[in-house]
Design a protein around this ligand. Structure first.
Ligand code: GLN
Length: 242
């Protein structure tokens, strides 16, 4: 990060923003500004090069065909991979998560190469689509409270030795492998199946990304009463029968 200015890049809103993913960008932006940082946010369409000098990159969820187009363009562009090589932080959701991995099954039923930025491989689930509320305990190394989210995916994601589960589900499918894992992370690259948008429902993840960008262990706390109320409501709704 240069000075007190955070460069936030939202990757391909034209292809990967099916699930209110703009909310993730808004939350990072607002929480960084509330800590006195200047934020430069770039929304990079899929016909534009991905800048390599960003601090935090967000990449969202999408339907199967836009997901293939996004993967093709990101592979060809190479900017996201270069940014990760420069130490950038990437937070990805669902289709974006699958794209960051080594490969996934595309809309044509073919194996499609991902960007290889996270050691995961996604296949297509044979059973019903994973849809519904998620409650998950995040990897203790990340020091975050229980997460809430909503998942909607057909893909199943297997984590390789180069990555760790982002969380463990208490409710929901997460990676869909039946082992309770949800998402994956390694170094500065994170992936999750949780929508919500996930950073609006779990703003302390946004703070984690900002802390990593600033290379600081702690940020001044914010008034999170509204978020705490929402979290309590979602936990109650997810753990109690309707
Ligand atoms: N198309 C992918 C799947 O169904 C990702 C869906 C999503 O982003 N919600 O697995």
């Amino acid at each position: 990060m240069n000075d007190n200015s955070l460069r936030l890049i939202w990757v391909y809103p034209d292809l990967l923003s099916t699930y209110g993913d703009q909310g993730n960008a808004l939350v990072v932006e607002r929480r960084a500004r509330q800590r006195g940082l200047a934020v430069e946010r770039y929304d990079v369409r899929s016909d534009q090069p991905v800048p390599t000098g960003g601090d935090i990159y967000l990449i969202g969820g999408g339907e199967d065909r836009p997901q293939r187009l996004a993967a093709e363009r990101l592979r060809r562009d190479g900017g996201l991979a270069r940014a990760v090589g420069n130490g950038a932080i990437v937070f990805s959701v669902c289709a974006g998560y699958q794209i960051l991995g080594n490969e996934f099954i595309n809309d044509l039923g073919q194996r499609e190469a991902g960007l290889g930025l996270l050691d995961v491989v996604s296949t297509r689930g044979e059973g019903s689509r994973c849809v519904g509320d998620v409650l998950a305990d995040v990897d203790p190394q990340l020091g975050l409270p229980q997460l809430t989210g909503f998942e909607n995916h057909q893909g199943i994601t297997h984590i390789g030795p180069g990555a760790r589960p982002f969380a463990t589900v208490r409710t929901g499918n997460g990676n869909g492998t039946g082992d309770g894992t949800e998402g994956a992370w390694a170094d500065n690259v994170f992936g999750t199946y949780m929508h919500g948008p996930v950073l609006a429902r779990n703003p302390l993840i946004a703070d984690l990304l900002i802390r990593l960008a600033m290379d600081t262990p702690q940020l001044p706390p914010l008034d999170d009463r509204w978020y705490e109320a929402l979290r309590a409501e979602r936990i109650a709704a997810t753990t109690q029968p309707a």
